[in-house]
Design a protein around this ligand. Structure first.
Ligand code: ZN
Length: 214
């Protein structure tokens, strides 16, 4: 804990003064353009891998980058999605999975989660992905986990579309959804090509070639 406190003191003394103007503007309002949904995993840092500044990303992080489908008892994730879309009017939502995801590993390897009942229940929101991934052939465990990570991103995008605010913004053409998978070891990102229904390197994805604002 001491290094976390030391980090803050360094931020306060060195970083904050040099960015004072930015924080002064941010003190009054925020206008993030994107909602970024990723795993709580310590190795997946949205602002670092996208080189974004404070104020740029509205972020949801949880175990397995999961978005429960909309239902009669919406929880924290649903409320945050709704706020981002309806109040902040973000133009893009990224769901970003990652390699070596503990949550996806537990599902793909059918790990016993009896001692973690909350995790076990939470990961049920990835059931559709689990069913699809299990129906596919896998050469080894690594391939099974990688497949689960990807299918989970697809499943969570589908869950996201069940949210009324998201459905409305998609129908009005004011929102675009993106599915990404970040590889920790190589630092690369694969993005879902929704028309071809497969993941391609983000650098060669159509979204990367689109001019800003398009
Ligand atoms: Zn994870």
């Amino acid at each position: 804990m001491q290094d976390i406190i030391a980090g803050f003191l360094r931020f306060q003394a060195e970083v904050f003064p040099s960015r004072k103007q930015l924080f002064k503007e941010l003190a009054k309002s925020q206008t993030p353009k994107a909602l970024f949904i990723s795993c709580s995993d310590s190795r997946m840092v949205p602002e670092l891998v996208t080189q974004r500044e404070p104020g740029d990303l509205f972020v949801i992080r949880n175990a397995g980058n999961i978005v429960p489908s909309f239902g009669p008892e919406p929880g924290g994730v649903s409320a945050t999605v709704e706020f981002a879309v309806s109040a902040l009017k973000v133009s893009d939502i990224v769901i970003c999975g990652h390699s070596d995801c503990g949550a996806m590993k537990a599902i793909a390897t059918c790990a016993c989660l009896d001692t973690m009942p909350a995790v076990k229940t939470w990961l049920r929101y990835a059931d559709a992905a689990r069913m699809i991934n299990e129906a596919k052939p896998h050469a080894d465990e690594r391939s099974r986990v990688d497949g689960m990570v990807r299918e989970n991103v697809v499943a969570q995008l589908n869950n996201l579309r069940t949210h009324p605010s998201v459905a409305l913004a998609l129908a009005q053409g004011t929102l675009t959804l993106h599915g990404w998978v970040y590889d920790i070891e190589s630092g690369s990102i694969d993005a879902l090509d929704m028309e071809a229904n497969r993941f391609v390197p983000l650098a060669s994805h159509a979204a990367a070639r689109r001019p800003e604002g398009a």
